[in-house]
Write a protein that binds this ligand. Sequence first.
Ligand code: FES
Ligand code: FES
Length: 178
Amino acid sequence: MRITTTVDGTSYTDDVEPRMLLVQYLREKLGKVGTVVGCDTSNCGACTVHMDGQSVKSCSVLAVQADGREITTIEGLSADGQLHPVQQAFHDSHALQCGFCTPGMIMQAVDLLKENPDPDEEEIRAGLEGNLCRCTGYQNIVRAVRAAADKMQPSAAPEAETSREPVGASMPSEVAQS
Ligand code: FES
Ligand code: FES
């Protein structure tokens, strides 16, 4: 079947098998290997991307279902060479260890903050419950999402810009202990 879809701002037209999964299409046809497969059974969330602005587990969506849709992967999240605030917050809060869950976790967090720009800890944990992490214990992930929410508040933007630590700045001590 022939599909046309926009992925990370670029339009693609391809012939695909009707049974091909969206995650296979992204990785194998388009080389978007930032989107990863952790389980292939809709459990882990590592394959999360946005379809028309909403997060979906791309191992649970057929490529043909993306026909005419707009897909954003982790590789299309940054703009003008700048990390998305959620990406930056994950870096600053040391919210990853092996990093395997991170692309999906970030995509889900971006969707969460779009739906609820000012979530408390309980709401963040509920919003990310479909994304599993084997390494971090989640604490720093929750902290990162909350930090991103603060930076993304319209009134906080100028202050966030001036207070942002440069890449490679020393890590808070409580982060290093997690
Ligand atoms: S690979 Fe899609 S949910 Fe795990
Ligand atoms: S950082 Fe390793 S699975 Fe989350």
